[in-house]
Each structure stands twice: as structure tokens, then as C-alpha cells.
Design a binder for this molecule. Structure first.
Ligand code: ADP
Length: 479
């Protein structure tokens, strides 16, 4: 089976969040299952020179986007049985940031169009194209409008994966023909339109052969008004082609036994060495703590999705207890300021790190006792799985992938790999933090048993990659 995996980011080349991790690890797992896999991603100027020097130039072509005719270079890099293609156009991709530019619609429309144009040029005719999120949502749209009747392309199946339904690629109708090169008719008939705007994700949901999302719980949630961000009805109409497959993590790079970022590597058998990481992390962050103090970590985007309104509500109550907090993230000004202010107010209790650092992230996963992730919604979430892999117990809200991957502690049976609460309520969260701290101080054995369960749980892609293969096979045969 030949699979083309289309993503706007891909670790380790370029990553802003979970999508980058998935694009960096799922294709490898598909290749290990016997698929012939190619990944394609824009060649951003932010991709380091080290990586660029390892790529080989394949050829160049011109890509038509409405009235524009734009250059596109194709580069390739091969590793772990996967070919990674990079599409080069400095006008679109030599920018200071990956997303958030004034012309994102045009940049990613160019990318989507170039992906389809590239296929005959590299002589790779996939059986399935798996595209991801709004940035590549135009791939199935262009495929259905402009390519599927051409003999070379005929019969290719498209799968669209939603990693976060909050970001849909919404633009005014004026971009439709002028920028995207799609006839206005498709706005008026509703295909490209949602709530009066052009909506790229909606169009992909309608026209892709299959729609997947990144956990079973989220697959159900997004079909309800609260979680669906106005696309719930479209998803319900297309219910038959929607399914959820939980993400895995790259267990080779997130491995406490070999992770080069750690102060000291450890395994379930040498869990004592996790304490070395705890001690040195605290020292690095300028904090002091004894063995009974609970060190709470947070790593992630500082946005309301991540439950920061709850944290804001009870941050002082948390920090008044015998805990230390180490926060790493960037995001909304309001939440960055909240943690910066907390540092002024509680200088001995909290370390605030407003930046993106894979090195510090891994040190936090390894050096903390508890990992706080009380998301309002969470399609899958990788951070909680990484934390468990490093023996740090997650405390999460029961939503999306958090519900599917963290088994809550049961005080009667001792079962569980973390802690959870149900309602989006700050004091419910505070209560569970209190219980977790109590357990940490008074029942070290139960704590350690949960650490071991988390560290030995299977978070690899093995099982989920098979689920993707089954979806691809079924789509090829039956859709
Ligand atoms: P999302 O995709 O919603 O941002 P996930 O939990 O699925 O959240 O994935 C986030 C990934 O990005 C994790 O690997 C996490 O460690 C990483 N990450 C997020 N923020 C930072 C940061 N400031 N520094 C380093 N890594 C980060």
C-alpha cells in the first residue's frame, strides 16, 4: 500500500505542537507495517541548516494557483524507510513563523496544490492521501475538483485527520476564486461555506473519503455543539465516515533510558535515579524542595484550551500548599502574565519559563512528580503520555484523549496511571490536586505502583498504526 502523509509540520524538522510529533512518528510506524510511505511538508526557512544540508534536490516545477504561477522546488530526505519531501518556495515559506501570517490561506493553498502537482513529478502514485488539519484540508478539495478525473490520479482515496477542530481555516468569501482558484459557485451551494465564511476544514470533511480524529472520545465530542466549534452538524451528517484513532508517541525519542536531555537516565528498575533529575531540575529553576514537597510540571501552549482559566482561578490556593510549580510554555498574553505575576508573588514556589525548549520540556517530564493538564478540550494530547512514560503522574480533566489515555487512580483497588476530574470546575481540580498530594506524601508505595504502570504502558504507535492501516485498506476496498 502506498500512502502519502501531508502535514504542515513534521518533527524533528519543524514542530510547533502535537501535529509535528504525529507526522514525525506515525509514518515510520506505517512503514514498519509494510506500507510505502512518503511524507510531504513545506520547506520553511525555520528548518535548520543541518537538516537542509541532508536533503537532496529532486526537481522544480511551477504550480498554478488561481492567476498565479509559482515556483516550487522539491527536496527529499530518506530515513527509517520513509521518504520526506519538502516543498520549497521562499516567498511563502521564508517567514519568521510557521503559522499566523497575513496570507496563510494563500501559503497553504499553494502547498496543497503543489502536493498534488508533485506526485507525477516524483512518480509516486499513492493509494491513499492522508492530510491533516486545515492547512492541508484543500488537498481533498482540489483532488475532487481538479484531479480525480485525470487518468493518472483516478481512484486515489483521501483521508482527512482532524487534530484540532478549533482551527478550521476560516476566511472571507473574497479569497475563494481570487486566492484559492475555486469557483464562487462552491460558496453559494454551501460546499466551501460555513456561517457565511469560506471554511477549509468543513470542505475537507464533506469531500474526503474518510475523516479520522485523534481519539475515540474526541470523535464523539466533536459531534456535539460544545466541542464541535460549529462543525458538529456537518460531522453528524458525515457520521458514517468518521472514526477516532488515538495517537501514540515516539517511544524511541521519548525514552527516559536514553533521552540525552536528562540529567541522569533511568528505567522502572532504577526509578531512584529520577530523583537526581528532580533535584537538578529544581536547582536549575532556582527552587528548593524536600522529599515531601510535590513538584508539579506544566508544558504546553498557554491558551484557554489547556484549562488555564481553571489554573488562574485557584493558582494562589495551589501555591499556598507545600508544592513547587515549573511551567514551560508560550501563548496568550493573559496566561503568560498570570505565570509571570505568580513568580513575583511566590518567587520560591514557582518557576515560569515563557519559551519553547525541547530540552527543558524533557527535563520537566523527567524531574516532576505530577503533571497538570486540565484541558477544556483535548483532541488527544501527547504531553500526558510523555509524562507517564517518564514516571510523572498526570492530573487531567476527563475529556478527549486525556480520558482515553489516563486511567484514574482507584483508592480501593490501587489501579490507575494518574488522576482525573470530570467537570470544568476549578475547585474540583483543586480537590484532586489535594488528593494527589496527600497520596504522594502518605502512600509512596501506591504512588510508585502507578509510576511503574505508566512507564510500562504501551504508548507506542504500534497498535494505532495498525488501526490507520485498517482504515486505509477499508477505504481502498469499500469507499
Ligand atoms: P497540542 O498539540 O495541543 O499543542 P499536545 O500535548 O498534543 O498539545 O502536544 C504538544 C507537544 O509540544 C508536546 O510534545 C509538548 O512537549 C510540546 N510542547 C508544547 N509547548 C512546548 C514548549 N513551550 N517547549 C517545548 N515543547 C513544547
Amino acid at each position: 500500500m502506498k500512502v502519502l502523509y501531508v502535514s504542515s509540520e513534521c518533527a524533528p524538522f519543524i514542530k510547533t505542537g502535537g501535529l509535528g510529533d504525529v507526522a514525525g512518528s506515525l509514518p515510520k510506524a506505517l512503514a514498519a507495517k509494510g506500507a510505502e510511505v512518503a511524507v510531504v511538508c513545506p520547506l520553511y526557512s525555520k528548518i535548520s541548516h543541518d537538516w537542509r544540508s541532508k536533503m537532496t534536490f529532486v526537481k522544480s516545477m511551477y504550480v498554478q494557483l488561481a492567476w498565479r504561477n509559482q515556483y516550487c522546488g522539491i527536496f527529499v530526505y530518506e530515513a527509517d524507510g520513509v521518504k520526506y519531501y519538502f516543498l520549497d518556495n521562499e516567498y511563502y515559506f521564508a517567514r519568521n513563523q510557521v503559522y499566523g501570517e497575513y496570507d496563510d490561506a494563500e501559503r497553504f493553498a499553494f502547498f496543497s496544490r503543489a502536493v498534488l502537482e508533485m506526485l507525477p513529478a516524483i512518480n509516486f502514485r499513492p493509494d491513499v492521501i492522508n492530510c491533516n488539519d486545515w492547512q492541508s484540508a484543500l488537498v481533498p478539495v482540489y483532488y475532487n475538483l481538479n484531479y480525480n478525473y485525470r487518468p493518472w490520479y483516478e481512484g486515489i482515496k483521501t483521508v482527512f485527520t482532524i487534530h484540532n477542530i478549533q482551527f478550521q481555516g476560516q476566511y472571507g468569501r473574497e479569497i475563494l476564486s481570487y486566492v484559492l482558484g475555486i469557483d464562487d459557485y462552491h460558496f453559494d451551494n454551501g460546499f466551501m461555506q460555513q456561517d457565511g465564511d469560506v471554511n477549509l476544514m468543513k470542505a475537507a470533511i464533506v469531500c474526503a473519503d474518510r475523516v479520522t480524529t485523534v481519539s475515540s472520545t474526541y470523535a464523539g465530542e466533536i459531534q456535539t455543539p460544545f466541542y464541535g466549534f460549529h462543525l458538529d452538524a456537518v460531522l453528524r451528517w458525515n457520521q458514517g465516515k468518521v472514526c477516532g484513532i488515538v495517537n501514540g508517541i515516539d517511544t524511541d525519542s521519548f525514552n527516559p533510558e536514553t533521552d540525552p536531555h536528562l540529567f541522569k537516565n533511568y528505567t522502572v528498575d532504577t526509578l531512584e535515579d529520577k530523583k537526581v533529575n528532580r533535584r537538578q531540575l529544581l536547582e536549575m529553576c532556582g527552587l528548593q524542595a524536600d522529599d515531601d514537597t510535590v513538584v508539579i510540571g506544566m508544558v504546553g501552549r498557554l491558551t484557554s484550551q489547556k484549562g488555564l482559566d481553571l489554573v488562574q482561578c485557584v493558582l494562589s490556593d495551589i501555591l499556598e500548599q507545600d508544592v513547587r510549580m515549573i511551567v514551560l510554555g508560550t501563548g496568550d498574553y493573559e496566561y503568560e502574565q498570570m505565570f509571570i505575576n505568580a513568580k513575583w508573588q511566590y518567587p520560591d514556589k514557582i518557576s515560569t519559563n515563557i519559551m519553547f525548549s525541547a530540552d527543558l520540556a524533557n527535563k520537566i517530564y523527567a524531574g516532576c512528580d505530577l503533571f497538570l493538564m486540565p484541558s477544556l478540550f483535548e483532541p488527544c494530547g501527547l504531553a500526558q503520555m510523555i509524562a507517564m512514560r517518564y514516571g510523572t503522574l498526570p492530573l487531567v480533566r476527563e475529556t478527549g484523549g486525556l480520558k482515553d489515555t489516563v486511567k484514574p487512580y482507584n483508592q480501593y483497588t490501587g489501579e490507575g496511571t494518574g488522576f482525573s476530574f470530570t467537570n470544568y470546575n476549578a475547585h474540583e481540580m483543586l480537590g484532586v490536586i489535594g488528593k494527589a498530594c496527600y497520596l504522594f506524601r502518605h502512600n509512596k508505595e501506591a504512588w510508585k505502583a502507578m509510576q511503574v504502570k505508566g512507564m510500562t504502558s504501551d504508548f507506542s504507535w504500534d497498535h494505532s498504526a495498525q488501526d490507520y492501516m485498517n482504515v486505509y485498506e477499508d477505504t481502498i476496498k469499500n469507499w
